[in-house]
Design a protein around this ligand. Structure first.
Ligand code: NAP
Length: 376
């Protein structure tokens, strides 16, 4: 029987993956083994079949017995294990949520509603390493898939509004602790009907600047503020998160001539879901109704939100989209810059299409292909 090893299944991405796999009844037709880097022998996830105790995620001998390894553990784990496994001749499938192998020549970045053809070709040619894309990039491509497919995009600028949970569980907790701290510090003002908004603003601003807010993870307050910097600096004044926009989007699309994608990535105090304000330079003046038809016909998860206040504030926010697979795109209109300039706003759950869902689906695609597992 085919053996699938799961590493990093209890982290944020891993637990969303487990939830989705349970919902879709994916755990069948193969033997599942669960690994841990920190709790060997402990209990695995709660599933509707007996799960053996956790295996050692650093045991190369055991890992090499897997036909497929799915990891949501993180880049350090991938960098520490993957090269040695391959060096020792392991030829199984490696499916990974971390960024470590995304730009490697031996990997394909997976987002099958957008690049199923690239995946099919890779499977045929014997590629065995499949990596989920950067969350913001994947969500932008899910929203604009139709226009990319129609080859009418000259370039895209994406200004992002990225949720605290995109930085990990600890950061998400820190945001709420900051909010709690701020609320507590102004309790007397909030509870006094005679107090003024200026008093409240002054108290909160003083507190934000006091150095008293918990900020070990973000470094500065995110609550009641924002942070226009994500990840480390790279060349040209970009951050690595911004660099991924162009590099990963073009690798996912398999473009021969790269389509420029650039912008500024900003952390905001949303809990979950990454939002993006997009400027798209079109190659020609495509009428807006045609653009909407092209966008909505790309795949079943994209949803056009009419450009009016009522629909926008109801359907185009992290509050609405969190935990859902839909990727709404709205505020669509031609800009005053000219008829080839389109603007739009999109929101997507970065833990679903931005992380766990492409991983869940590539596992199914690999299993169904049967390649390298006795069926080809
Ligand atoms: P995470 O929540 O920090 O989990 C990663 C691993 O940390 C867990 O699987 C677990 O491994 C270990 N861990 C240690 N203490 C833990 C605790 N108290 N609770 C849960 N797990 C704990 O990381 P993540 O956000 O899932 O990200 C995993 C990878 O996916 C990263 O490479 C990240 O860049 C990438 N990614 C993340 C997102 C996102 O939105 N968060 C989106 C796209 C891609 P053991 O069981 O082995 O100890």
């Amino acid at each position: 029987m085919i053996k699938v090893g799961f590493v990093g299944w209890r982290g944020m991405v891993g637990s969303v993956l487990m939830e989705r796999m349970k919902e879709e009844k994916d755990f069948k037709g193969y033997e599942s083994l669960f690994f841990s880097t920190s709790n060997v022998g402990g209990e695995g996830p709660e599933l509707d079949f007996p799960v053996p105790p956790l295996q050692d995620a650093n045991d190369l001998n055991l890992l090499s017995k897997m036909d497929i390894i799915v990891t949501c553990q993180g880049g350090d784990y991938t960098n520490g294990i993957y090269p040695d496994l391959r060096k020792e001749g392991w030829s199984g499938y490696w499916i990974d949520a971390a960024s470590a192998l995304r730009m490697s020549d031996e990997s394909v970045i997976v987002l099958d509603p957008v690049n199923r053809k690239v995946i099919n070709k890779a499977l045929k040619t014997g590629i065995k390493t499949y990596v989920g894309g950067n969350c913001t990039v994947s969500l932008m491509l899910m929203a604009l898939a139709g226009l990319f497919k129609a080859k009418v995009i000259e370039w895209v600028s994406s200004m992002t509004y990225q949720a605290a949970s995109g930085a990990g569980a600890k950061n998400m907790q820190e945001l709420i602790r900051q909010m709690f701290h701020l609320t507590n510090s102004a309790k007397d003002i909030i509870n006094n009907p005679a107090s003024t908004a200026l008093e409240l603003d002054s108290r909160i601003t003083d507190e934000l600047r006091s150095g008293r807010l918990p900020a070990e993870n973000f470094g500065v307050p995110l609550a009641a503020s924002l942070i226009p910097w994500i990840d480390k600096a790279v060349a040209n004044g970009q951050t690595r998160e911004e660099w991924k926009g162009g590099a990963e989007a073009n690798k996912i699309l398999g473009t021969k001539t790269p389509i420029p994608v650039d912008g500024i990535c900003v952390r905001v105090s949303a809990m979950r879901c990454h939002s993006q304000g997009l400027t798209v330079k079109l190659k020609k003046d495509v009428p807006l109704d045609e653009i909407q038809a092209i966008l909505s016909s790309a795949h079943e998860w994209v949803k056009i939100v009419p450009n009016n206040k009522e629909d926008t504030i109801r359907d185009l926010t992290p509050v609405t989209v969190s935990g859902k697979l839909i990727v709404p795109i709205g505020r669509l209109h031609k800009m005053t810059l000219g008829p080839k300039f389109l603007t739009a706003f999109t929101v997507g759950d970065q833990l679903l299409w931005g992380a766990a869902e492409p991983i869940r689906r590539i596992l199914k695609i690999v299993l169904e292909s049967g390649k390298g597992m006795g069926k080809d």
